[in-house]
Design a protein around this ligand. Sequence first.
Ligand code: EPZ
Length: 435
Amino acid sequence: MDMLVVQGGRPLSGAVSVDGSKNATLPIMAATLLTDGPVRLRGVPALADVDTMARLLRSLGADVIRSGSQMVIDPRPASGIVAEYDLVRRMRAGVCVLGPLLARCGTAQVSLPGGCNIGHRPIDLHLRGLAALGADIRICSGYVVAEAGTLTGARIDLTGPQGSSVTATCNVMSAAVAARGETVILGAAQEPEVVCLGRFLNDCGAKIGGLGSPIVTVDGVERLATADVDIGPDRIEAATLAVSAALTRSRIRIDNAPVSQMDAVLSRLADMGVDCFAGDDGLTVDARHGRLRPVNLVTSPYPGIPTDTQAQFTALLTTVPGTSVVTDRVFPERFMHVSELIRMGARIRRAGNSAVIEGVPHLSGAPLMASDLRASAALLLAAVSAEGDSQIRRIYHLDRGYVRLEEKLNRLGATIQRCQDIPARSVSENTRSGE
Ligand code: EPZ
């Protein structure tokens, strides 16, 4: 198992590019099951979750061939209907094959996703939407068993207690493509990744309207052809790198940042006093003046501040003088990073779905444990900015959603080494050895 050893306290500079969007790639890979021919995906990130989704599609019988950042998926040989627990437990997005399988085969057995470090992850909205299209849904031995002779268009409200659901919208939209008649999805997720999926399906012959709005309409069609798809840059990785510049009080440029998808993030950084400006050469983030202001930050579904940037913003605000409050309205329990940041000297108090932060002059390096994808990124940024050295273990969480983030940060001037995990040494052992 790998770990990262970080020598903190160095400013960053220079330019970096982000990889393709994980959360756009995964639903599109699942939706290829709806098409009648090979689909070529370009700009696919080399991520563990993408590998897991490829394994899942192969387990259903699809051909999946990867060549660099390109991938060709041919669903024609696929005859399987079961998405196994061992694959879905690794990657919750495995649930995205439920809608496409139901539309393709009239039946599907998909393992329930199971627990997750960022909080309760129900799929009741997915099941509500598919049942509204006429599917008979049962839970049997930890699996969702869905059956539908034919799917019939319906008017469906997918609004959940925390607002819209990204993958529920993906699942229901995918199934509705093959339903007879019109489907209207109210409370649809507006995330760019949902829009990317809808545009891919339309390129294959679907008739989806209202993408990017809370009301999506789908006119069912007999069959889908096929189409190639270009995966755009990852807005969450771009936001993560923007926060790295703010946290280290540096200036960097992110060459292919999808700025038009980052309004809420850039607006909040500006509220803190970080200079962000988009030009033909990408997004420049400049915090060298160092005078940052505390803010109150609340996450919400797109176009609000993404919950996937909450941990990174929390890490940033620990070093901003004054009191800041970070509230996660999407995943109220998504604060596994807080205890590790406190071990670095941060002053944070939990209060329900919020973290109340008193800024400190700087964080201090420490042995750290990653817990989930975005918490891992937050700890890495914190370690890069901290005074002293840190070791971050269980970085397999990081590799699920970032392509070698440490190498990108090293190109910007950080000093991070990926190595084999070694037992954490006690302070006395370090002292004895004079470190
Ligand atoms: C997607 O997860 C993303 N994953 C998540 O990114 C992201 O955090 C999340 O959307 C919110 O933006 C992928 O796209 C693969 P939701 P998803 O359904 O679809 C509740 C990352 O770090 N809910 O939009 O699973 C749910 O509990 C990952 O890249 C229900 O109540 O999230 C949550 O509070 C983490 N019932 C809220 O909705 C349901 O049936 C939003 O969840 C489904 C969800």
